[in-house]
Design a protein around this ligand. Structure first.
Ligand SMILES: Cc1cc2nc3c(=O)[nH]c(=O)nc-3n(C[C@H](O)[C@H](O)[C@H](O)COP(=O)(O)O)c2cc1C
Length: 337
C-alpha cells in the first residue's frame, strides 16, 4: 500500500497531496482538481460528520466470520463497496490517458468482486471510453449528467446498455453547473414528471438518482419510480455549505424505508467508514478519491487493493461490533443513538 500511495503522490503532483487525513482542507476550492467547491466546506463536512460517529465495541457474541456479500439488483457482489463514477481525470487528478483511467477503475472494482460505475464527461468520446470500460469489465452502471435533452440521455443509456451496463441513472446534483448553462445546455433540476420520462427509457433496468441530500427529494424520487438513490453531495463538489452525508442519511433512510435501495458516498477512507454509513441506513457505499489514488498508484490492481483493504477493515469492524452480515448492521452499533 505504501508503494501505491507514493507512486500516486508522484503522479498526482499539483492535483492531490494524498494527505494523511483526506478531508478537503488542503485542496479546498481546487476544482477542476480534487477539492470541494468554493471553500471546500461540504467535502470537509462529509469527513467530519463521519469522524464524529463512534461505534459500540461488542466482543461477547458468536460473529467470528462476518459475511460482506451484497445483492444489488440481481448482482451478487463480494463487498458493499463500489467505485464512485468519476469523469475528467486529466483535469481533476493528473495526466493520464482517459481510456486507461476508466478501464483501470472498472476493472479493479470488478476484480474486487464489486460493480463499476461510469460518470459522464462533457465530451462524447470520453463517455465512450467509460462504455469501453464497461465492455471490458462485462458489466457496470451508467450515470448520465442532467444537462442533456432527453434524446441525448436516452442515447447515453443505450450506448451503456450496448456495452453491457445493467443499471442506469443520473447525478442530479449536477443541476447547478452554471457554466454548462451558459454554453446552452438545458441544465437544471428535474420535476417528478421529467424523472418519470427518463425512468421510462430503460423500463426493465434499475434506475438510480445520485445526489440526494433531503428526505423530501428522496420521496419525490420514489414517486417518480426511482429504484435506488445515492445520498451524496458529489464529494462536496457542487454546492458549498451542505451538511455532511452522515448527518442527513438517517432521516432519509427513515423516510424511505424499504421502498428504494439507499447508497451513500462522501469521505469513505476506511472499512470503518463503510460500517458507519451502513449503520446509518445505507445498503452499500461508493468510494471516490481514494480509487483515483488506486488508478494512479497501481492501475486496476491498485483499485482492487484499496477495495480489498477497506473490505477487510469492514470485516474486522463487523467482528468487533458483533455483526454477522450486512443485514445485521444497524444503529445499535452506534454510540449514543
Ligand atoms: C475527480 C472526480 C470526478 C467525478 N466525476 C463524477 C461524475 O462524472 N459523475 C458523478 O456522478 N460523480 C462524480 N464525482 C463524484 C463521485 O462519484 C463521488 O460522489 C464522490 O467523489 C464521493 O466522495 P469521495 O471522493 O470523498 O469519496 C467525481 C468525483 C471526483 C473526485
Amino acid at each position: 500500500m505504501k508503494i501505491l500511495l507514493d507512486t500516486a503522490r508522484e503522479r498526482m503532483k499539483g492535483f492531490c497531496s494524498l494527505c494523511q487525513v483526506c478531508d478537503g482542507r488542503a485542496c479546498a476550492g481546487k476544482m477542476p482538481g480534487m477539492g470541494g467547491a468554493i471553500t471546500g466546506s461540504s467535502f470537509t463536512a462529509n469527513s467530519h460528520a463521519l469522524a464524529d460517529i463512534r461505534l459500540n465495541m461488542r466482543v461477547v457474541h458468536e460473529c467470528i466470520d462476518p459475511d460482506t456479500h451484497f445483492e444489488f439488483f440481481g448482482s451478487s457482489l463480494a463487498t458493499p463497496i463500489m467505485n464512485g463514477p468519476m469523469a475528467g481525470p486529466n483535469s481533476n487528478c493528473g495526466p493520464i490517458d482517459d481510456l486507461e483511467f476508466e478501464v483501470a477503475l472498472l476493472k479493479g472494482t470488478t476484480q474486487a468482486g464489486s460493480l463499476g460505475w461510469i460518470g459522464d464527461p462533457a465530451r462524447e468520446e470520453f463517455f465512450m471510453n467509460g462504455c469501453k470500460a464497461i465492455e471490458e469489465a462485462g458489466t457496470g452502471v451508467v450515470i448520465s449528467k442532467p444537462h442533456y435533452d432527453n434524446a441525448n440521455v436516452r442515447l447515453r443509456f443505450q450506448w451503456g446498455k450496448d456495452a453491457g451496463a445493467t443499471a442506469f441513472g443520473m447525478d442530479l446534483d449536477g443541476a447547478g453547473i452554471l457554466h454548462l448553462k451558459t454554453l446552452g445546455y438545458p441544465v437544471g433540476p428535474k420535476s417528478v414528471q421529467a424523472l418519470k420520462i427518463i425512468r421510462s427509457f430503460m423500463p426493465s433496468n434499475p434506475f438510480i438518482i445520485k445526489g440526494i441530500m433531503t428526505a423530501d427529494d428522496a420521496l419525490r424520487c420514489r414517486d417518480a419510480g426511482v429504484d435506488c438513490i445515492v445520498v451524496s453531495n458529489h464529494g462536496g463538489r457542487v454546492l458549498d455549505g451542505t451538511p455532511g452525508v452522515a448527518e442527513v442519511l438517517p432521516e432519509i433512510a427513515k423516510a424511505v424505508g424499504n421502498d428504494m435501495v439507499i447508497l451513500a458516498d462522501g469521505a469513505v477512507r476506511s472499512g470503518v467508514d463503510v460500517l458507519k454509513y451502513l449503520a446509518l441506513g445505507a445498503k452499500a457505499v461508493l468510494v471516490g478519491r481514494p480509487l483515483c489514488w488506486g488508478v494512479y498508484g497501481g492501475s486496476a490492481e491498485g483499485v482492487k487493493l484499496i477495495i480489498d483493504t477497506y473490505t477487510e477493515q469492514l470485516k474486522q469492524a463487523m467482528i468487533l461490533t458483533g455483526c454477522k452480515d450486512l443485514s445485521d448492521i444497524n444503529s445499535r452499533i452506534l454510540f449514543g443513538f
